[in-house]
Design a protein around this ligand. Structure first.
Ligand SMILES: [Zn+2]
Length: 230
């Protein structure tokens, strides 16, 4: 008889966002009551990665952390920042490099800066053999090309907050990647294509995440946080 050990994990929650400043204990408690046993707190820059690690220490074996530089902040990248990240990634509760990747939708950092910071973080992931928590928006081709160039050296990869189409799913699956699905799918305006596409994700490749406080499922009828998603 096979006894299946299942855990319900929110693989991406931005608990370091300012909207959670006052009620992190309550948020974690409510998540647990709802059956979410573990949460991976997203690190998007040095400060937020540090805070994510602090939460993982405070809520041991409930909260885990990622440490990385979001493409929005890619202009901050430097060799000393890379060293700081490497150090953080040695922490026992840091489970992935990231959030890192490319965002050519908003271009808060230039494309060159984003590519440089992304490639450097993949190099760190290869050196440390850590999984990678990936962000991509309007940059699918470059994103795939960069990952392809070093896929065999990388370990587990998850494309977080996937909002693309069937062709993009195929590109990710061929590269043996996991695909993170958020409340975007519950959006009656822009989630329709994802509702169709998600059927093409192999069931053992799907991961679930809230990306909280962003992307609150619209069909819950609760007023969402007015801020750009990460
Ligand atoms: Zn993201």
């Amino acid at each position: 008889m096979i006894t299946e050990m299942r855990k319900y994990i929110d693989i991406g929650v931005n608990l370091t966002a300012s909207s959670f400043k006052k009620d992190i204990p309550q948020v974690i408690e409510r998540a647990q009551i709802a059956g979410v046993e573990q949460l991976v707190v997203t690190g998007t820059n040095i400060l937020h990665s540090e805070q994510a690690i602090q939460l993982s220490e405070q809520y041991e074996s409930i909260c885990y952390a990622t440490a990385g530089l979001h493409p929005h902040h890619a202009s901050d990248f430097s060799q000393s920042l890379a060293s700081e990240l490497r150090e953080m990634l040695g922490h026992r509760s840091v489970v992935a490099v990231g959030e890192c990747g490319l965002d050519f939708n908003r271009n808060f950092s230039t494309r060159q800066e984003q590519i440089r910071a992304f490639e450097a973080q993949l190099e760190i992931a290869i050196d440390l053999q850590k999984p990678v928590f990936l962000h991509q928006r309007d940059a699918h081709e470059d994103f795939i090309a960069i990952i392809k160039s070093c896929r065999s050296e990388l370990g587990h990869l998850v494309a977080h907050c996937f909002t693309g189409n069937i062709e993009e799913i195929n590109d990710l699956v061929i590269l043996d990647m996991y695909i993170g699905v958020t409340g975007w799918i519950c959006d009656e305006r822009r989630g329709i294509s994802l509702q169709q596409a998600v059927k093409h994700i192999p069931v053992d490749r799907i991961m679930l995440e809230t990306d909280a406080p962003y992307l609150l499922p619209r069909n819950l009828g609760i007023k969402p946080v007015k801020k750009n998603r990460n």
